[in-house]
Design a protein around this ligand. Sequence first.
Ligand SMILES: Cc1cc2nc3c(=O)[nH]c(=O)nc-3n(C[C@H](O)[C@H](O)[C@H](O)COP(=O)(O)OP(=O)(O)OC[C@H]3O[C@@H](n4cnc5c(N)ncnc54)[C@H](O)[C@@H]3O)c2cc1C
Length: 497
Amino acid sequence: MRKILIVGGGTAGWMTAALFGKLFQGLYDVELVESEAIGTVGVGEATIPAIKKYNELIELDEAEFMRRTQATFKLGIQFVDWVEPGHSYVHGFGVIGQDWEWLRCHHYWLQAHQRGRARDLADYSINTAAALANKFMRPRPDMAESPIGHIAYAFQFDATLYAGYLRGLAEQHGVRRTEGKIVDVRMHGSGDIASVALEDGRVVDADFFIDCSGFRGLLIEQALKTGFVDWSHWLPCDRAMAVPCERSEPIAPLTRATAREPGWQWRIPLQHRTGNGLVYSSKHIDDDAAERLLLANLDGRQLAEPNRLRFTSGKRRRMWNRNCVAIGLAAGFLEPLESTSIHLVQSAAIRLVRLFPNSATDQATIDEYNRQSDFEWERIRDFIVLHYWANRREGAFWDYCRTMALPQTLERKIDLWRSNGRIFRENEELFSEESWIQVLIGQGIFPRSHDPLVAIKSDAQIDQFLGNIAATIGRCLNVMPSHDEYLSRYCPADRIR
Ligand SMILES: Cc1cc2nc3c(=O)[nH]c(=O)nc-3n(C[C@H](O)[C@H](O)[C@H](O)COP(=O)(O)OP(=O)(O)OC[C@H]3O[C@@H](n4cnc5c(N)ncnc54)[C@H](O)[C@@H]3O)c2cc1C
């Protein structure tokens, strides 16, 4: 193993290249081929807190990265009209309240809720309460006893600027960039990939290939015919349309996902503009009507023509096949409802580093990589499906979602939750118990009961426990700066118009 070729220079290609450049420290020759003529998808703008692990690995300077990518902070996602029109809730990152003896906070909240004494769940999450008040600060590690020590955050950034920024880092670490359109993929007699041929006649060979070529899956699908596992019966949206508009003030530290007749609309506030998009089902609305729906719901002046995209939800049958690993859209697509695609890029690249083989076709390593990837993708899929299924909305699209048969893994989780309000995070599944709890409660799926050990405490004790948490969070909000203030102090970007 001497040479690694990354095919594609979108978010996936440059995230992988920056990580490999940094961690492999010249051990391998890393080259990236991309084609400006083909371009990138360039719409992935909202992330989840796990991205900070990637940032640490590549030793990224957070304030500089935010300035360079027009980034804002993100404390969670607000789901508007998902259960039914007029209803909204926030999936805030981080913890809800605090454990009391060995029970999670939400068991006490469920008891109080059942007896009509609980406040909104949002009042027990510093992330949600701050997001709704447009407040932000990074956590203070010296305040572990306070909710301020537990603020969890991610970023919203301009995807094109992000890829460009990572390209700079990767090149500093010795990754070579080749501009050119790949017109042929050449194979060894064994069936492994040998090289790619460019339009101008150059041939680039390597021992190991990372396919970051986007939806087309140039290596993993077009050359290796790996196959695709189609999940569109669970995630029926198959189109998206993205359009930027002028920013509006204040800049919210959260992504908004508003349910629409045939899907949903995102709103991602950045420093220089707001990103918007509609994710929809082509069976339920045509593209022109979708465009009118999207443009009628912008809260600032439209800044560009809508970018139309088509996709099928699902993943490659194998993410690693022969001497090729697919990362990013080449590996599959789970729609951006919970902002997980960039995370899947990062976790695939980190997994590959952790399982990096001596020989490109070491089968035991390949099987383990694929097993871990499948588990991760399936659990994220279940989490997204939950949002669609748990709805009381009207219309053919939402009726279909409400009545579809669920994946067994999700059904098991919901059954356990319904019996006693318990959720367990399995192995390295991405979403925490708090995430599941907020979305289940937010979508109106309540358990029949709570953990029986709640009964050890009296109602008065529980009221005092919950009241103290809400009051402490309220006091924290009083001392937190607004998100706008924090941005202008910590990472003010050039306001590009
Ligand atoms: C509608 C939508 C919304 C999204 N929102 C989010 C979000 O909010 N958060 C999130 O985390 N993710 C989001 N994503 C996902 C995110 O955009 C992608 O995961 C991310 O951009 C990775 O894309 P990519 O690099 O795999 O592919 P691309 O951006 O398509 O890049 C492909 C690269 O391959 C190159 N290439 C292709 N063919 C050839 C060829 N023949 N020769 C040479 N080069 C070639 C292209 O030039 C390009 O450089 C969203 C995706 C979509 C579709």
